[in-house]
Every structure is written in structure tokens, then in C-alpha cells.
Design a protein around this ligand. Structure first.
Ligand SMILES: *Cc1c(COP(=O)(O)O)cnc(C)c1O
Length: 212
């Protein structure tokens, strides 16, 4: 049964004033998917919000957020994890990371194929990275109104999480997060074990562009 679920308020394309207003209402975690937009908002928002990065991230852009980002949901290679570790170490920080797993049918979604996480975790390199913590997994379901498809995909992420936890994180309590569910499917995600949901339009209203 659902325990406590964290809400990541996805503020992409929305003005800083929306973030400040949500913060006044008690929302602390905000998610952005573009490096430059995150950077601009980080400079403009002086309230003590927690920034999560949820978009596709190139290694050479990690440096722009390494000084302040608290969690990166979209780690899809060991190389990226290492780059985050290196930049975080320059700031003497530890950045929480989620490994993004490809659970959807669509080709366009990034992430590790479900069965490929072993390739990263079986080698112990990631354990030596002292400025990153792998705190869980993230996934995006297929964009469809077919609830059973979405539920099946979320269930596959939960199953993947349980297996990985058992194999590599048995005594590591911080490996505890499953980031799945957006405005259209967060209820299903929570039923299937999400610990973080990433909600944009249901909080801030529809965005003014397509396909994002
Ligand atoms: C935009 C986005 C969301 C939020 O989408 P909504 O449908 O507006 O809730 C969640 N996760 C990621 C990775 C996103 O890019």
C-alpha cells in the first residue's frame, strides 16, 4: 500500500512567480528538464526550494547544476554518473541520482533497458563514487490512455527495483526511491509503488507548447 509519496512539481516553461507561489503553499521540490531553464530559475528563485533535474542530460552540461541540484532523475549511463560525481566533488557535495529505466514501448524515451542495469551495477565502480548516491530508479510509461498498459509498465519498474535492491543494495537504506507517474497517470503509479511523482500540468496548468 502507498506510503509517503513525494511530489516533484514540474515547473518547466512556467514562470518563476508560479514556483514562488507554489512554495508559499508548501511545495518544496521543483523539477526542470532543460539545463538553461533550470539555471535561470535557480538564479531568480531565492526561496529555499529543492531542485530536481528530470530531463535528458549531456555530460558536458552537468557542471551548470552541480553546485545546487539535489537530485538528478535521468541518469542513463555510467559515464554520466561519473561526470556528475566529478562535478559534485568540485563543490564538495553529494548529488542523489536515479537510474532511468526504459519501460515504455515508445522508442523516443531514454533510459537503460530493463535488463541492462546489471551491466552498470555488477562492476563496483559506481560504489566508489563518493559524490553521488544512487537512490533509486525512474521511469516513464507509454503515453496512452490504456491504463493496463501503463500499469504493466509501472509494475515492471517496481519489479526491476525490487530485484536491483535485493542484488546490490541489500544493506543500503538510501536506495528507496521509485520516481514514476505524471499528471495523467500518477494514481496508477502510486498504486504500483511510486515514492515520487512528477506532476506538471495538474499543478501549474497546461503548458503552451506541444509534445513536452
Ligand atoms: C514534463 C514532465 C513531467 C510532467 O508532465 P505532466 O504531464 O505535465 O505532469 C514529468 N516527468 C518528465 C520527465 C517530464 O519531462
Amino acid at each position: 500500500m502507498p506510503g509517503e509519496v513525494k511530489i516533484v512539481a514540474v515547473s518547466k516553461t512556467k514562470p518563476v512567480s508560479d514556483i514562488q507561489q507554489a512554495f508559499q503553499c508548501g511545495q518544496v521540490i521543483f523539477g526542470e528538464n532543460k539545463v538553461q531553464e533550470l539555471d535561470e530559475k535557480h538564479q531568480q528563485v531565492h526561496e529555499p526550494v529543492e531542485w530536481h533535474f528530470i530531463g535528458h542530460l549531456q555530460r558536458n552540461k552537468v557542471k551548470y547544476m552541480a553546485g545546487y541540484v539535489s537530485c538528478i532523475h535521468s541518469v542513463d549511463s555510467l559515464k554520466l554518473l561519473k561526470a556528475i560525481n566529478k562535478e559534485a566533488s568540485k563543490h564538495d557535495r553529494c548529488i542523489d541520482c536515479l537510474l532511468q529505466v526504459h519501460i515504455a514501448k515508445e522508442e523516443s524515451k531514454f533510459g537503460f533497458p530493463v535488463n541492462s542495469l546489471d551491466q552498470v551495477l555488477a562492476g563496483n565502480e559506481w560504489l566508489e563514487l563518493k559524490n553521488t548516491r544512487v537512490v533509486g530508479l525512474m521511469g516513464m510509461a507509454t503515453y496512452t490512455s490504456d491504463e493496463e498498459v501503463v500499469r504493466g509498465e509501472f509494475r515492471s519498474l517496481k519489479k526491476c527495483f525490487d530485484e536491483i535492491k535485493d542484488k546490490y543494495f541489500k544493506n543500503i537504506s538510501y536506495f528507496s526511491e521509485i520516481s514514476m507517474g505524471m499528471s495523467g497517470d500518477y494514481q496508477v503509479a502510486i498504486e504500483e509503488g511510486a515514492t515520487m511523482v512528477r506532476i506538471g500540468s495538474k499543478i501549474f496548468g497546461e503548458r503552451n507548447y506541444k509534445n513536452k
